[in-house]
Design a protein around this ligand. Structure first.
Ligand code: CA
Length: 366
């Protein structure tokens, strides 16, 4: 990769080369100014970055892989890509989804929308300025190291960064609570991350920290449903599968995917302690370059307003991650909250959007 060419790169002028990859390049012969200067400068471009776990990366195993009766010649058509991406679908995810082609429809179905697409619509200068740095299994102890792989330096365009670690600090496959992150350790690791982001990001950047979700919702919705693995004979419920995975100590989350209500409640209680620590950290910190907001991702709100089967909102195979439909709904809900509940985060609409589209079309696509 050319270190001087990447999305969000601070642009000198892009008279000859598109150094920020947004498809806007060259000089307007009528004004003798570059198009970047004319249509992007001063419009407050803002990149979209997610740092997080498998939910941010959009983990999904095609349910038909589990079901003998649904096997056909297309069932494994996306197999290589899926294995290469470790079952993650960042191109269709809540924060950084960009692929509206439905080209993966054999393996994943549902509406697509994302914060990046909305950010691009708001300002075409943001074209291609997204980074999905979400890693399966990420938690507070690993998130700073994950953030170090961002392609962003101070002086580049500011970014809207979602930090989402919704479960791994209380989840593990072990059947005890000793593997949960201690409150003090969580506070210190998140503090390290925020200081690091303040050093790496340009002034005007925004960090939204989601905290942990309340995973009890998963059991409440799914426990008596039939899991895809048992769909042929209707004989394996999620509750039974959870207990089986716990017995083998290979569950993605012993605490929430558990038929014992006391354990589910204990897991949420500890998650709430970590969330309180994060809130305290945010309210007591001052940063020069970044504004930090406590921004819980509320899957429960999506569930409450969903008029169909709530199971549509959870990944059927793992019974744990938000589904494609939930990702798209969360993108819309998150955007509404940014517009109405957090005034000042979203820059204004770029008045030159139409001129950019007329001159540069789809700006090179993806
Ligand atoms: Ca450019």
């Amino acid at each position: 990769m050319d270190k001087e060419v990447y999305p969000g790169h601070h642009t000198v002028d892009d008279a000859k080369a598109d150094t920020n990859c947004n498809g806007i390049v060259g000089r307007d012969p009528l004004t003798n100014r570059t198009y970047e200067e004319q249509w992007c400068k001063g419009t407050q471009p803002l990149g979209t970055i997610v740092l997080g776990d498998s939910a941010g990366a959009h983990f999904h195993i095609p349910p038909q892989w589990m079901t003998a009766s649904q096997l056909n010649k297309d069932t494994y058509s996306d197999l290589l890509l899926i294995l290469e991406n470790e079952f993650d679908w960042p191109m269709l995810s809540l924060m950084t989804g960009f692929d509206t082609t439905q080209r993966w429809k054999n393996s994943i179905q549902g509406p697509m929308d994302s914060i990046y697409l909305k950010m691009r619509e708001r300002n075409r200068c943001n074209h291609r300025d997204f980074q999905n740095i979400a890693v399966n299994g990420a938690k507070s102890s690993s998130i700073k190291q994950i953030a170090e792989s961002m392609s962003r330096i101070s002086g580049d365009n500011p970014a809207l960064v979602m930090v989402e670690l919704i479960g791994n600090d209380v989840c593990s496959g072990h059947n005890d609570t000793n593997h949960m992150t201690k409150v003090e350790d969580y506070y210190n690791k998140m503090s390290e991350l925020l200081s690091y982001l303040n050093d790496r990001l340009s002034r005007g950047s925004v960090v939204m920290a989601s905290g942990l979700a309340d995973g009890r919702l998963l059991y409440d919705i799914l426990h008596d449903r039939v899991h895809p693995i048992g769909s042929t004979r209707k004989d394996v419920t999620y509750s039974q599968l959870y207990d089986f995975l716990n017995c083998l100590q290979i569950s993605p989350c012993f605490g929430w995917m558990n038929s014992n209500e006391t354990i589910r409640n204990l897991t949420t209680e500890h998650g709430e302690k970590l969330n309180k620590a994060l809130k305290d950290l945010i309210s007591s910190s001052k940063f020069d370059n970044i504004a930090v907001y406590d921004f819980p991702l509320r899957l429960n709100e999506i569930v409450d307003s969903w008029e169909h089967d709530p199971a549509d909102l959870i990944e059927p195979v793992d019974g744990f991650h938000p589904s494609q439909t939930a990702n798209a709904l969360m993108a819309n809900r998150t955007w509404e909250r940014l517009l109405h509940d957090y005034p000042g985060i979203l820059p204004p609409v770029n008045p030159h959007n139409e001129l950019i589209t007329k001159k540069f079309g789809d700006q090179g696509g993806y």
